[in-house]
Design a protein around this ligand. Structure first.
Ligand SMILES: Nc1ncnc2c1ncn2[C@@H]1O[C@H](COP(=O)(O)OP(=O)(O)O)[C@@H](O)[C@H]1O
Ligand SMILES: [Mg+2]
Length: 391
């Protein structure tokens, strides 16, 4: 009897294994790592090796068998798609190579594990270095900032234009801009929008850390297009020039939101006052103001008015004018700190609060909107077609 059940179990295991192998056939160009190799590389996924925790799961530093250092991202259990679906997306991401994009080495799909293996970047992210607030040994000179702004724009333009079908990143933010040993910027987490099942609730919870970068039409209406990435890039660009985070509640009320502040200074023709004081005046003022104006162009309320990322690259490098007549007020989701304290979900958007020309939403409204990103059929369609929508 015991022998019989052992044989049955063994047969089941073999059948399951060959079914898995079947599912993996056709993905020959994707590097597959065994769970064992990744376990050894990360010292048993030990806390010492853990370098971060994001909305998708935990990230570990590890040394692969070939001696290369890797960032190993263990996706949280909700993120676990079927093997075929997962591998189809991984294949797309694996094929994408650009100087300003983090390279995906491969993945592990053993049992129900879904693990991504990336090139490890030595100098961490812009969130932890330039905007980290604490001690940071890296000197972000003006020239370095210019290189980072242009590099990120080029990486994003590549995803938007050169990759077919194009990829909407969806999560452009300082913690997704990693720096290599020469401070060349590399965008990470592209393609994740397609890896995560659209009905995942964590999409709404993870949005909290990302909120300052979210285009209003995406945060409120779930409308995800390349122009939402352009908005996120615009916020990031202003952060890099000013050396501050998009939201800083320690500042006086009218300076807390970077876009509001940038617009105020733009109207008073004093944009230069926004440039990071830690540069001690050692920067090209004309170029810095141009970059800030490009940031404003990218974050305009109407997605149609925002330039494409290829145009942004040309404006940054000076090949094209940053047309000042075209700048209209930024679209802004403000009052979002209220989300944490208010609980009544009935609040209606208070369009008249603060500046009448801003789209100002109570955080409760935003909360219900972002929650619906993962559940409404409209939003589901939006996520599912993130590669294909065009503006
Ligand atoms: N390829 C990488 N090289 C070095 N560090 C990385 C890499 N990928 C991620 N990290 C670190 O892990 C942290 C968590 O990453 P992630 O899970 O993508 O969350 P988030 O992007 O929301 O911060 C990042 O902020 C970064 O510090
Ligand atoms: Mg990330």
């Amino acid at each position: 009897m015991t022998c019989f059940s052992f044989l049955c179990n063994r047969r089941l295991e073999v059948a399951k294994h060959s079914a898995e192998l079947d599912e993996l056939s056709g993905f020959d160009n994707v590097n597959l790592y065994s769970y064992k190799e990744l376990r050894i590389a990360t010292n048993g996924f030990s806390d010492i090796n853990k370098i971060g925790e994001g909305g998708y799961g935990s990230v570990y530093k590890g040394k692969l068998k070939n001696g290369r250092m890797a960032a190993i991202k263990v996706l949280s259990s909700e993120s676990r798609q079927g093997v075929k679906e997962f591998m189809t997306e991984i294949q797309v991401i694996s094929d994408i190579e650009h100087e300003n994009l983090v390279k995906l080495y491969g993945c592990c799909v053993e049992a129900n594990q879904r693990i991504l293996v990336y090139n490890y970047l030595e100098n961490n992210s812009l969130a932890q270095t330039l905007l980290g607030g604490g001690h940071c040994s890296i000197q972000f000179s003006w020239q370095t900032r210019v290189k980072i702004c242009i590099g990120v724009a080029r990486g994003l333009a590549y995803l938007h234009v050169d990759v077919r079908p194009h990829v909407v990143h969806r999560d452009i933010k300082a913690s997704n801009i990693l720096l290599d040993k020469d401070l060349t910027p590399k965008i990470s987490d592209f393609g994740m929008a397609r890896l995560i099942p659209p009905n995942m609730t964590h999409v709404s919870t993870r949005v909290a850390g990302t909120i300052g970068y979210l285009a209003p039409e995406y945060a409120i209406g779930g409308q995800l297009t390349r122009k939402a990435d352009v908005y996120g890039y615009g916020v990031l660009l202003i952060e890099i020039v000013s050396g501050r985070c998009n939201t800083d509640t320690r500042l006086p009320a009218d300076e807390q939101y970077i876009l509001e502040r940038t617009w105020q200074l733009y109207e008073r023709n004093k944009l230069v006052a926004l440039v990071d004081t830690s540069l001690n005046g050692d920067f090209d003022a004309e170029q810095a103001c141009r970059f800030l104006k490009i940031g404003l162009l990218c974050t305009q309320e109407s997605p149609k008015l925002r330039p494409s990322m290829s145009t942004v690259v040309q404006m940054l490098t000076g090949e094209k004018d940053a047309n000042e007549n075209m700048i209209s007020q930024p679209g802004l989701i403000s009052d979002f700190m209220d989300l944490k304290v208010r609980s009544a979900p009935e609040t209606k958007p208070d369009i008249n609060s603060k500046s009448p020309n801003y789209t100002s939403y109570g955080f409760d409204d935003l909360k219900s909107s972002t929650l619906s990103l993962g559940t409404s059929s409209q939003a589901t369609t939006t996520f599912a077609s993130a590669h294909d929508r065009t503006v």
